[in-house]
Ligand binder design. Sequence first.
Ligand SMILES: Nc1ncnc2c1ncn2[C@@H]1O[C@H](COP(=O)(O)OP(=O)(O)OP(=O)(O)O)[C@@H](O)[C@H]1O
Ligand SMILES: [Mg+2]
Length: 269
Amino acid sequence: MADILLDNVSFTYKNGYEAVSEVSLSIKQGEKVAILGQNGAGKTTTVKMINNLQRPTKGKVMVGDKNTKDYTTAQISKEVGYVFQNPDDQIFHATVMEEVAFGPRKALKLPEEEIKRRSERALELTGLAGQKDENPFELPLSIRKFVAIAAIIASDPDVYVFDEPTAGQDRAGLLTLNKIISELKEQGKTVITITHDIEFAIHTFERIIVMAKKKVIRDGTPEEIFHDDETLKKAMLKTPYAVRFARELELGETITTNEQLIEEIVRRG
Ligand SMILES: Nc1ncnc2c1ncn2[C@@H]1O[C@H](COP(=O)(O)OP(=O)(O)OP(=O)(O)O)[C@@H](O)[C@H]1O
Ligand SMILES: [Mg+2]
């Protein structure tokens, strides 16, 4: 089990562009965290440093007691599974099953029986059980995203990082994502998800980290974040409907979801 620590971390790309500047964060094992922020805020660059796909140019990243600079990406990936923003950067097998079994077979070198057990469980959880023999590249993008997620689930890391899993998902896809995240939470896994879907973030996560212009500008509960106008403005996040409505009706500073809004209206008669 691994807590995550980013200590004053910066990242500069080879062309000299600094994408992340002096970010400090700590995430405890078992937390469910959403990262929100505009395009280009530095979200993907930040999370890639957690699983060592990118190494900080300044500062340090700790995964449990491991300083990532002393380990390979393959070593850290066993503890931190990263699901790419674009599944086509991740998927390279000709069938869904082969893709999902790759981690347990090649990286973890597990016995065949365990590979099968894990792969089938991952396919079941992601709703792909009926598509295991299909070519992932012939499936729609929204489904390819679940193939990429299933592949990481089969590897069973302690920490999951999902990079915009909600993009392009319909209601059914969002419900499946919710189910996956709840199941991982029950298993004590850490789940870190980048998303542009504010409603999803509010409903699914207990902690929200807001990034803007290379930095973390706010870290708090959905209630704290979505009642903080200055943060929303800086990060160009929309004020949720329930928050606007609750303000109009002077229902208080804790309502962030439509369900809470309705409950409060009913309570007040
Ligand atoms: N390989 C690269 N070389 C140079 N600059 C890059 C590279 N990858 C990303 N950037 C730049 O770094 C900045 C941060 O990118 P990053 O992908 O971390 O943002 P993001 O918050 O994930 O955005 P999005 O919501 O669009 O995914 C952007 O301005 C981007 O153009
Ligand atoms: Mg990104």
